[in-house]
Structures are given as C-alpha cells and as structure tokens.
Ligand binder design. Sequence first.
Ligand SMILES: Nc1ncnc2c1ncn2[C@@H]1O[C@H](COP(=O)(O)OP(=O)(O)O)[C@@H](O)[C@H]1O
Ligand SMILES: [Mg+2]
Length: 408
Amino acid sequence: MVGSLRASKEGLDIVEQARKKKGWTKTALTWCEKALTTEATLKRFWRLVPIQQESFTKICEVVGVDWENVVDENFSLPTGTPRIDWEQPIDVSIFYGRKKELATLEKSVFKDRLAIVSGLGGIGKTTLVGKLWENIKGKGEFEYVIQRSLCNKPPLSELLNDLIEFLSDDEEKTGGIFQLMGYLRKQRCLLILDNVEAIMSSDKLAGFFCPEYQDYSDLIKRVKAEQHKSCLLLISWERPKDSVGLLGEKVGFLRLSGLEQEAQELLKAQGLLGTDKELETLNKLYAGNPGSLKLISALIQELFDGRVQNYLRSGTIVVVLNEILAQHFSRLSDLETKIMINLAMNSEPSSLSQLIEEISSQPASKVMEAVNSLINRSLIEKISSEVGEVLFSLLPEVRKYVKSKFVK
Ligand SMILES: Nc1ncnc2c1ncn2[C@@H]1O[C@H](COP(=O)(O)OP(=O)(O)O)[C@@H](O)[C@H]1O
Ligand SMILES: [Mg+2]
C-alpha cells in the first residue's frame, strides 16, 4: 500500500500516555470521529498494522501528539509484501506433531475457496492454523491475510466493513458481500474466521447459524460457489451445513482429532515422569486432546509429584475439560443427549441399528439425524469394526463427563 505508515513501539507509548490524559479508551468513539476514521483502523493502528498516512497523522493529531514522533521510520513496505492483520497472534513456539494435518490444510487453503477446520474445544484448531501460517508466510502465496475471532458475535455487516477496509487499503470504509467478492476476485486473500460456533444455533442440530446470523450462511455459499482467487478458512466446533461441498466444488474440510505418539513429547515437556507405556495410556485416556493433556499434567504435578503411574493407579479419570464440555452439551437437543447417555452406558461401541432399537421412542430417521449431528460436533467417535460395520462410541473423558452429569 503506497503511503502507509506504522507506529514504532516507543511511538505507541507516547500515544498511550496522551490518550490516558484525555481519558479516552483505546478505541474511543470520539477519537474515531475526530480523526475521521473507523474503529477498525484505530485498532489496526494499535496492532502496528500499516494504515494510510492520512489516517495515521489524524489519529496522532487529535490525541495531541506529533505524528513524526510516533511513526516507525525504519518501516517501509516493499512492493509484493503481503499485508497481514492478525487479531489474536498465536504462540506456536511449542508445537508437536500434526504433520499430516498441516500438509492437508496447506493444500486446501492454496487450492480451495473455502476451508473448514472443526473439532472439540482444546483439540488444537487455533494452534494448528497459527502453525499453518508460520509455515506458509514465507511462500508469498497470499497478498492479504486477515484473521478475526467471532467470539464477540459481530453482525455480518460489521465484519464486512472491517474486512473491506483492510482489503481496500483503507480506501473504502463500508461495503457488503458484493464488494467483498470483488476484492476476493481482484487479489489473493486468505480470510480466517475463528470461533465460528459462537454464532451458530444452540437449539437446533449441529451446523445451523442463529437466526440473526443467517447472512453468514449467504457469505459462505457465495464464497464457495463464485469464481475468485481467495480462500475463506473457518475454524469451528461444528461444520456449518452450507459449507458442505458437492463434488467438484473447491471446499476442503479437516476434522481434527487428538495427537498420537507426539503427545508423549508434550507430556514430558510438562514435566511428567513415566514410562512410554504409561504416557501412552494417559494420552489414550484423554484421546490426545492437547488442551486436556496440559490440564491433567498440571493436576498430576500437584497431586502426584508428576508421577503418571500413581495417577493411573488411582483408576479414575478426572474430567479436566468440564467447562468446555458443559458448553458443548448445552447445545444438544434432547435426543442427542439421550444418545450420548445411551453410548455412555454401553461399555462396548454401538452400531446404528442398535441405537435405533434402544431409542425406540423416536423414529429411525430422527435417530440417524441426531447421530450425524453428534459426529459433526465431534462428540462421538466412529469406529469401523472388523466386519466393516460402523460403530459409535465416546472418548473416555466425554464418557466420564456424561456419566457424572446425566446418570444418577
Ligand atoms: N500440536 C500442538 N502441540 C502442542 N500444544 C498444542 C498443540 N495443539 C494445541 N496445543 C495446546 O493445546 C491448547 C488448546 O489448543 P487450541 O488451539 O486453543 O485448541 P482449540 O482452538 O481447538 O480450542 C493450547 O494451550 C495449545 O497451546
Ligand atoms: Mg480455538
């Protein structure tokens, strides 16, 4: 972007002092209005993302500082440098395994228009995408990369304004899907939206948006179906229904499961003591979920001085993902909960026909829909039996959670 400026770290300190004196928040509306800019630009200013010179000088001027003392003089943007605006930088300095997943995802974001990463909370979705970016940022594939979390449930119009401002190099402040599609055609962009589940409905089966966020569904459909050279990467607990691609459509999907062998390295790095076999058993109990493994490691440190054997001997599974699982379960329909309880009570994996038979109060089609929804939510595991039959089961931590919450 020609004529764009970025603050230096010291410069930001000066602005910080000045804004405190004025009693303004970092994104105060008055500040935006006086500087004739938007909240999104002001946020970028704070994140040290280059913004247009005109906005930069105004932002400094109205808070009462000289922009020349704020600007990073050593900063220049050589032509061809990608523009990046990552809302929540992710630390991937400690990262284990995921070679296959990274290769699959890289292929997908390079060739697909829409890519989805789904999986349980704590399984490592956000971290995987952070690592992906670290791996590909030197490859010069994308001209614009923007990452946003939907945690705060932004209405689509707000998100679109934010994206368009960035993709237009601050030339445009607002726009709709039509304008966005223009930018996705004109330049090669990678748009990353994390925590998409925040705007998905919790009183339907998996994969539907809340009524007030239905327009996100249009966005997904258009990004999937129209010609352009960019990729929208969604990170979510559930895969949105509209993101399912038909044969030939440029859609990539990765359902993330647990770490395998590499989890042992993670456990050792957490300071746990045990034989490879013990670490493997611990990993299996927590189905390789790195979020769970980190939490259980802390507990084993405290209660067993890090000795895995002593924890395993206790013969119990401590549910460490309580809060996350509670959020997942709060989204289930009655029938889905019933199926979960049924699976928790069966010590052996169940087949679909067995589930249909056992839940005879509901028509078979409803049971099938609900099982499908639970697979989408990554709450049930699919296993192929030796005779080629598909069986369903629960991960040990999930089973324990269901039993403790729902079974008297
Ligand atoms: N491959 C990995 N290697 C090491 N730690 C990981 C890995 N994947 C995830 N983690 C750690 O596990 C925790 C949960 O990961 P996160 O990416 O936030 O999960 P999600 O986004 O699926 O909820 C974080 O503390 C993260 O650092
Ligand atoms: Mg995440």
